[in-house]
Design a binder for this molecule. Structure first.
Ligand SMILES: *Cc1c(COP(=O)(O)O)cnc(C)c1O
Length: 432
């Protein structure tokens, strides 16, 4: 589909033609020995927008000048500050604005979603999730199941790739849902698997879950800001994500959630309540009974972390300017270039065949992350790459059947260049 060359001239020429190339200048790129690192770690922590400090300082200054009056200042009053993020965030995940709220943090939001969408009965109590899930998701799922008095070994149905394979097959996911049938309460999967980078067909999975009258929710930690999402059209019940990975909100910054309007309009759906979920018209009159707003906002508990939200604003503005459509198009080519460059290197440097890409080579099943299964000396290779100025991510060989550990690399279309990818290939070649 694309024609590539593994040369610095080709990469730099391609960058010159890239209409999104200038967005790199909107960020601080971490430095190594006086030059830009090859930063391929946006799947773990996105880099800092130059505007972040400006927005955070605005709020600090207003706090200094106005004190509590800042809640009702013009334009960026803290009382409704989360409104400033709503539309941009809704565009990113393909939700209607009233289905999306920026609040809390990812694991907290997963729990809040399960309070509403995992209400097991003696017959219908199972949750389908991925085997080898991100630890926090696993802990959340396990504690929810046990909190309701079920045994995790029975209630959690953990999907595994077939023997000798690295990724889940779509038909196996659907079959697992059908097999659980009436016993299935919830499907809770990562939209993008954090380890393998595999993208799931969220639309088809949601349909299959609804077919057996279960809910479908997704952890979008590795999907938001990476893929074009359409949560509303896919009829997803709920989703939650963080905004320090592809969304560049800063370490540990505020997360987000999507709740389908079918559910936000149902005041009888149980949820944990707090004053920020109450109708803002009466929020400060402190009524005795909780009156949920009929939007995703009614899952909010506490008043909003303004400094985190100010930081996130800087990044969401860049997403609005770049547009997910254009980003997704560049992502496809940039990731394909990384695949190409890595394969070129492996062709001459991987005689034993120990190293391979486990992320699927398939437009429908991949975002901007590639996971490289390494050989026995994987950690040494990773350390040498780091010493050479690459910032990537190392995963210990903790999964069954994996010997050498995995290096995850993510060329992010908003700030990575084709030249970054070429440099990664060069460093990999010299390291191997
Ligand atoms: C990054 C990540 C988390 C982190 O959860 P926090 O609550 O933000 O600390 C959880 N789950 C997945 C799948 C992740 O990728």
């Amino acid at each position: 589909m694309f024609t590539f060359e593994n040369s610095p001239e080709w990469a730099q020429t391609r960058d010159q033609q890239d209409e999104l190339a200038s967005f790199r200048n909107e960020f601080f790129i971490p430095q190594h020995q006086g030059q830009d690192t090859v930063y391929l770690c946006g799947n773990s922590l996105g880099v800092q927008p130059r505007k972040t400090a400006v927005y955070v300082n605005e709020e600090l200054n207003d706090w200094a000048k106005l004190g509590v009056e800042g809640h009702f200042k013009k334009h960026t009053g803290w009382f409704a500050y989360h409104e400033l993020l709503r539309e941009s965030m809704a565009r990113l995940v393909g939700g209607k604005p009233h289905e999306v709220v920026v609040m809390n943090h990812l694991t907290v939001n997963l729990h809040l979603m399960m309070v509403s969408f995992y209400r097991p009965t003696a017959d219908r109590y199972k949750i389908i999730c991925e085997g080898g899930a991100f630890p926090s998701d696993r802990y959340a799922l396990q504690s929810q199941v046990e909190w309701h008095g079920f045994d995790a070994a029975d209630a959690l149905v953990e999907l595994q790739p077939r023997k000798g394979e690295d990724i889940l097959r779509h038909e196996d996911i659907i079959e697992a849902i059908e097999d659980c049938g009436d016993s299935l309460a919830l499907v809770m999967l990562g939209g993008v698997h954090y380890f393998t980078g595999q993208v799931l067909n969220m639309k088809a999975i949601t349909e299959a879950a609804h077919e057996v009258e279960a809910y479908a929710g997704f952890d979008l930690a590795h999907a938001t800001g990476n893929l074009k999402l359409a949560l509303h059209d896919w009829n997803v019940d709920f989703a939650a994500w963080c905004s320090y990975k592809y969304l560049n909100g800063g370490p540990g910054t505020v997360g987000g959630a999507f709740i389908n309007e079918r559910h936000t309009r149902n005041p009888h759906l149980p949820r944990f309540a707090g004053w920020w979920g109450n109708d803002p018209e009466t929020r400060f009159t402190m009524p005795h009974r909780f009156i949920p707003v009929p939007t995703a906002d009614s899952w909010q508990l506490s008043n909003a972390p303004i400094l985190e939200m100010a930081a996130l604003r800087a990044s969401l503005e860049l997403f609005d300017r770049a547009g997910m459509e254009r980003l997704a198009r560049k992502s496809l080519e940039l990731t394909a270039y990384l695949q190409y460059v890595v394969q070129e290197v492996l062709r001459v440097k991987n005689k034993s065949g120990a190293i391979r890409i486990i992320t699927p080579f398939d437009e429908q099943q991949q975002g901007c992350q590639l996971s490289l299964q390494m050989g026995e000396d994987g950690k040494n290779v990773f350390d040498a790459l780091t010493a050479g100025g690459v910032i990537a991510d190392w995963r210990e060989p903790d999964q069954e059947g994996r010997e050498g550990g995995v290096i995850r690399v993510a060329p992010v279309p908003l700030y990575n260049s084709f030249y970054d990818v070429w440099r990664f290939g060069e460093l990999l070649k010299s390291t191997l």
